[in-house]
Design a protein. Structure first.
Lengths: 248, 296
């Protein structure tokens, strides 16, 4: 298993597209934190109502699509080029192959995600320069939210991988993951009343991002994240079964 | 000792049957040609050997076990399937490194095989820019990485220039001479005639012949004795059953000596009496005529 993970790590670092995609995560996170903080400060009194942590971490909406895309191409890229056959001849244990890919992807996106979230938080704090709410990592829920943003980014990467295994087609999988993360909540929001409100809570992105806010609404941060992991586990399990059965 | 053994191997895609009840053994120390027209099921068979495609029925084992059960398969089996099926953004060295690492093959082997196939100078270049010939060499380097005793090559000379073809031919002969098993598919009889010791011939997914190259030619009915004479009509009389052509006769089922004796008994002069051996190409065409997917 270590051998296969080593191989997957080499695959990831030896292609420019994955390196650039990954590199855009901290850039997005920090840039949006600074823009958000400056806009909040510029809004004067109205800005005082804003949650400075959420403002600093607002980049996760876009950055999660980036890590999801990374997850998709980690597997769909192999299908596109046909390299999947080389991979499966080298590692005929398909579950082992997928597990190694998932572990390496998760490790990489977690490290980059957590580091980016902390960088974004610090950048936001500098941009706020004490003018809006002064927050520190020692305040209740703050470090959990910042770390949680990294977790959300890593889970989104795994979500992308799961849909990539299932769909095997880069554009199809990316459209699917974007639809589930971005479009589904707006559709569910159209459902009226209490039912709509409950369903909205359970959508992948709403549930998953609870862990990245200081004051979660509705379900708690960890319950929310667990719901997101269930969203990830479902296609991942289905993809693993199909990967084992399908001809490569 | 059998390196690859297929028993009743069958693969159906919906209503279409790609491979049907194929049984054969591939032995070490020989180059075994896997021959058949395009669409005969050769690549499908190779993918089943390597555990990529699941047989509809039947089994195939490598060194006695199903491929998927091998711990570090590349140390036992090396394969060249589609040389262009690689991520073009990776360098040749990194491409081979990812393969080596997955089977715990030391990284030093990467440099060794790159030298073996003559790609040492372009090891750092992105493989998307490689010519087909260079890609084939890279694919062969990947197959050689684990120093395997069994090698599979699917149409390795496709699209290669004469230098490349000669190189691959020499390489395969050398690998077999070292006692390794070399199983190579081709739709080109002429190519196999110069490389293979043994032939497994398929058509429409079914086994047509499993035989040595010499026997394969011998089995063909196309060998004949060719006779030319100014007295063709008289000669034809003493050789019942001979095929009469405009300026010569074709006698099958008799040796040149028998033909000569019969003609000499009548005192007839001949200007040519020769044995025309069937070519491998002709034998192949004759055998596969019925199994071409799309006859022209």
């Amino acid at each position: 298993m270590i051998d296969v993970m080593r191989s997957e790590w080499t695959k990831m670092r030896s292609v420019r597209s994955t390196v650039w995609t990954l590199g855009s995560v901290p850039v997005l996170m920090v840039a949006l934190a600074v823009v958000g903080a400056l806009a909040t400060v510029g809004a004067g009194d109205a800005g005082r109502l804003a949650d400075p942590v959420s403002t600093s971490l607002r980049g996760i909406v876009l950055a999660s699509l980036v890590t999801a895309t990374l997850g998709v191409i980690a597997i769909s890229g192999e299908y596109r080029t046909g390299a999947i056959r080389t991979s499966l001849v080298a590692v005929p244990g398909r579950l082992r192959f997928l597990a190694a890919k998932a572990v390496v992807l998760t490790a990489v996106t977690l490290v980059v995600g957590v580091a980016s979230a902390f960088a974004a938080f610090l950048a936001g704090r500098i941009a706020f320069a004490g003018r809006a709410g002064e927050v520190s990592l020692a305040d209740p829920g703050v470090s959990r939210a910042v770390f949680g943003a990294g977790l959300y980014l890593a889970a989104s990467g795994l979500f992308g991988l799961a849909l990539g295994v299932l769909v095997r087609h880069t554009p199809g999988a990316i459209v699917t993951v974007c639809a589930l993360l971005m479009v589904l909540p707006t559709l569910v929001a159209l459902v009226p009343g209490e039912l709509g409100r409950r369903l909205l809570e359970f959508t992948a992105s709403n549930a998953g991002s609870q862990v990245a806010v200081v004051h979660p609404t509705g379900m708690g941060p960890w319950t929310g994240f667990a719901v997101y992991l269930a969203w990830v586990a479902l296609p991942l399990a289905a993809g693993a079964v199909l990967l084992g059965r399908r001809d490569a | 000792m059998t390196a690859i053994r297929a028993i009743g191997l069958t693969k159906e895609y919906g209503a279409a049957t790609a491979v049907s009840g194929l049984s054969f053994d591939v032995r070490p120390g020989l180059v075994t040609g896997f021959l058949g027209p395009n669409g005969a099921g050769k690549s499908t068979t190779m993918r089943m050997v390597l555990g990529l495609d699941r047989p509809t029925s039947g089994t195939v084992t490598v060194g006695g076990v199903p491929y998927a059960e091998l711990r570090h398969p590349l140390r036992r089996v090396g394969a060249l399937l589609d040389a262009k099926a690689v991520h073009g953004g990776r360098s040749a060295r990194n491409h081979l490194l990812t393969i080596a690492q997955s089977n715990a093959i030391p990284a030093s082997r990467v440099e060794e095989v790159l030298e073996t196939v003559g790609l040492g100078a372009v090891a750092g270049r992105r493989i998307g820019r490689f010519s087909l010939g260079m890609s084939q060499r890279l694919g062969i380097a990947a197959a050689l990485l684990g120093d395997p005793e069994i090698l599979l090559f699917d149409e390795p000379v496709n699209g290669l220039d004469p230098d490349g073809i000669l190189w691959i031919r020499t390489l395969m002969r050398g690998l077999a001479a070292e006692g390794r098993t070399v199983f190579v598919s081709s739709h080109l009889m002429s190519e196999m005639a110069q490389t293979a010791d043994h032939l497994i011939v398929v058509g429409r997914g079914e086994l047509i012949a499993d035989t040595g190259v010499e026997e394969f030619i011998g089995r063909s009915s196309q060998g004949y004795v060719r006779v030319r004479s100014p007295y063709l009509a008289e000669v034809a009389e003493v050789l019942p059953g001979a095929e009469v052509h405009e300026d010569h006769l074709r006698v099958t089922g008799r040796t040149p000596l028998e033909v000569g004796t019969l003609v000499a008994a009548r005192g007839l002069a001949v200007e040519e009496l020769s044995l025309v051996r069937p070519t491998l190409e002709a034998a192949y065409m004759e055998l596969t005529r019925d199994s071409l997917e799309y006859s022209s």
